[in-house]
Design a protein around this ligand. Structure first.
Ligand code: NAP
Length: 481
């Protein structure tokens, strides 16, 4: 009996999606690998049919069955609501790790040609500012919450090291802005530093994200794998795509607990859709990553090598610099198929092993603390008063509370007490209250009563408890202006 073929969900997508996806499918089929494709709808057409998520239930059912998706770019059409089908997929299947490898490609001229760049960005993909938790706190002040969890950090750090080991790589950098965002970005740095010694074969180093950007522009060859938070990774990975030839060459994998989605980094490029002009390389290389993920390492190597040989032979699509007579998408595809089985002279295949993915920890993940203590509360107040006048209002109001006003900040800068320097203010004040008697205790009842008295005169819109976990402050200290 012939063994059952491995099923893959395919989303051709929008714009140039169907052309570049078809190219990748033809090449994968030509490798002879035993896979079967389930083509499903998602994106613009689904939105036009009134499916508000952009992902029909049949598509979701196929993904739940196959667990592996090869995906073309999906548009977020204007006028069909604000939801992005890409975000729906990422959220539904919790694809927490975004892996974006880039490398120097033969014949693709860049400012870094000849420097053998081979860099992978491993980006946390669901937390951070991209969790999309935003509020207009006053008509003129917006807030976005940067949510970073220990669980999310652990998963992305383990994924980065597992990927480095599977690819025989030597070094992992962790890039954060922990010098400023000590608790959120710092959580990734600390988790990285805690786990790095468990991978003694890989060298590890923390780097500040701004320096990482500078170093990537100056000496990118020093980097191998970079693990980072969501927004940093979004920006850095486009930067690294630019170093090696641009979006047409940048593949990616979105790794989830049980579903993984492989796609080009680029979008639907509607200006060249249907013109047989799109460069399919990024999607083809995403297909190779997918083949490796499902255990078809030989086919993955064959596809990657055939792309390299095609580029070495001088065949170029119109986006590649120096393409006098560009090949169309279909010609490029035929050339890659013709080169299957050949090996690149400049970049022979590497040895890969299976990525040892971190196990899914479903349920509620809790980091225990031996002790916790409530030491104060921050109340965000909307006011058009100057800081001194606001403090003069709040202090008598809160006189009967066990909590006293300690300070007021405006956009992070301390404006009360003791700062007479003029700063530009907005009507959004963080008023920090702490215990009058540090040895005493308070709880929710006292906070509610405090909010009641503040609310009798001022509009408050946000409250944060100030806690200590195991004796350590679990909140940021004020920045003295
Ligand atoms: P884009 O589609 O990536 O296109 C930007 C430009 O890059 C194109 O106009 C084209 O430039 C060039 N380009 C991109 N891919 C190419 C390829 N394979 N071959 C040749 N040239 C390529 O970015 P966008 O215009 O900002 O986004 C368009 C739509 O795609 C939006 O609806 C967006 O939401 C969506 N999008 C989806 C995804 C995804 O599904 N993951 C990702 C990004 C964007 P030329 O002008 O030189 O032809």
């Amino acid at each position: 009996m012939t063994p059952a073929k491995r099923k893959i969900t395919v989303l051709p997508g929008d714009g140039i999606g169907p052309e570049v996806v078809e190219s990748a499918l033809e090449i994968i089929k030509a490798t002879g690998v035993a896979v079967e494709f389930e083509k499903c709808e998602a994106g613009a057409r689904a939105f036009q049919k009134g499916i508000v998520t952009g992902i029909p239930t049949d598509t979701i059912a196929s993904i739940e069955r196959t667990k592996v998706v090869l995906k073309g770019p999906l548009e977020t059409p204007i006028g069909y609501g604000n939801r992005s089908a890409n975000v729906t997929l990422r959220t539904l299947f919790e694809t927490y790790g975004n892996i974006r490898p880039v490398r120097e490609l033969p014949g693709v001229q860049t400012a870094f040609t000849g420097r053998a760049l081979d860099i992978v960005i491993v980006r946390e993909n669901i937390e951070d500012l991209y969790a999309g938790i935003e509020y207009m706190q006053t008509p003129g002040v917006a807030e976005g919450l940067k949510i970073i969890s220990r669980e999310g950090c652990e998963k992305i750090v383990k994924l980065a090291f597992a990927f480095a080991i599977a690819e025989g790589r030597k070094a992992v950098h962790c890039a954060t802005k922990s010098n400023i965002m000590k608790l959120t970005e710092g959580l990734l740095q600390h988790t990285f530093e805690e786990f790095a010694p468990k991978y003694p074969s890989i060298s590890s180093k923390h780097i500040l994200i701004d320096n990482a950007a500078h170093q990537l522009a100056m000496r990118p060859e020093q980097f191998d794998v970079i693990v980072t938070t969501n927004m940093n990774g979004d920006i850095l990975s486009d930067l690294t795509s630019g170093l090696t030839g641009g979006l047409g060459f940048a593949p990616s994998a979105n790794i989830g607990n049980d579903v993984s989605i492989f796609e080009a980094v680029h979008g639907s490029a509607p200006d060249i859709a249907g013109k047989n002009k799109a460069n399919p390389t990024a999607l083809i290389l995403s297909g190779a990553m997918m083949l490796r993920h499902i255990g078809e390492g030989k086919a993955a190597n064959d596809v990657e090598q055939a792309v390299l040989v095609t580029l070495e032979s001088g065949i170029r699509t119109s986006d590649m610099m120096g393409a006098d007579t560009p090949a169309g998408t279909t010609d490029f595809t035929k050339a890659v198929i013709g080169n299957l089985g050949k090996r690149s002279k400049l970049s022979p295949p590497k040895q890969y092993t299976k990525v040892d993915l971190p196990p899914a920890q479903l349920g509620v993940n809790v980091v225990p603390a031996q002790s916790r203590r409530l030491v104060g509360v921050d109340v965000y107040v909307e006011s058009d008063l100057e800081p001194k006048a606001l403090a003069a209002d709040l202090e008598p109001l809160t006189q009967s509370s066990p909590l006293k006003l300690q300070m007021i900040t405006n956009r992070g800068a301390m404006v009360f007490p003791g700062n007479d320097r003029r700063v530009s203010l907005v009507d959004h004040f963080r008023c920090r209250f702490v215990l009058r008697d540090p040895a005493s205790k308070f709880g929710d009842a006292e906070i509610i009563s405090l909010l009641g008295v503040i609310g009798s005169k001022h509009s408050w819109m946000h409250v944060e408890k100030l806690q200590e976990f195991d004796g350590e402050p679990a909140f940021s200290k004020s920045q003295v202006s």
